[in-house]
Design a protein around this ligand. Sequence first.
Ligand code: ADP
Ligand code: ADP
Length: 225
Amino acid sequence: TAKLELRDLEKRFDETVAVKKLSLSLEKGEFVSLLGPSGCGKSTTLAMVAGFETPTAGSILVDGQSVEGLPPQRRRIGLVFQDYAVFSKLSVRANLAFGLEAKGVGRAERAKAVQAIAERLDLTNLLDRRGDRLNMSEMQRVAIGRVLVTEPQLVLLDEPMSNLDAALRASLRGEMKLIQKQLQQTVLYVTHDQVEAMSMSDRIAVMSMGELQQIGTPEEIYRRP
Ligand code: ADP
Ligand code: ADP
């Protein structure tokens, strides 16, 4: 896992400034939420870190090294998108091994890595179950396990619960927090949901119209009566 620094990061699309002079650092193992309304520049920020969009200005450093010019597949970034999709016809084991297979990791090493991640996420009893037979909590753990098994330097989560109903989100939030505590990964979590950001983050970065408005612990960000 790695430290992530964004320095004066900027992205323009013609006349739209999607992200303006964004500076932000994530310490190793820190869980930071990028919180803000739709259109404020969260996804664009994530896309630049992942390498899908090229910044107009500024820099992105992973453990002090600029990632400029590195294509997405060379960035060692784990991405989890909306709805925690897993392959429905594949077993949990095959789902977990998928990213390793794509990277050319050998069979024995794959099996070992899958076993290790399954133990950490409490999935050992489910390794032979098919994707379409999992409940939501199991799916969440498989989707996250699939990413973590590749040992990414950074994990990026883009509104991973936005397609789910409120009750389910509430229960998965609790689990996500446990997973995070246990695995100590550097995570940038994009959400427009305050409760989600509050309940899971070490720090929250509040964005509005492309700019960082505030950053701090949940206690620092929200003033209570
Ligand atoms: P969020 O993720 O917070 O909803 P986005 O990063 O998707 O915000 O968008 C920020 C702004 O940049 C919006 O005004 C959006 O319309 C604009 N934008 C994003 N991607 C593009 C693009 N490929 N071309 C033009 N404008 C874009
Ligand atoms: P999200 O809020 O989840 O990012 P968006 O609707 O903002 O969803 O973006 C979906 C896709 O469309 C992204 O790839 C984004 O870059 C692109 N996009 C967003 N706004 C624009 C825009 N104004 N013009 C062109 N592409 C855009």
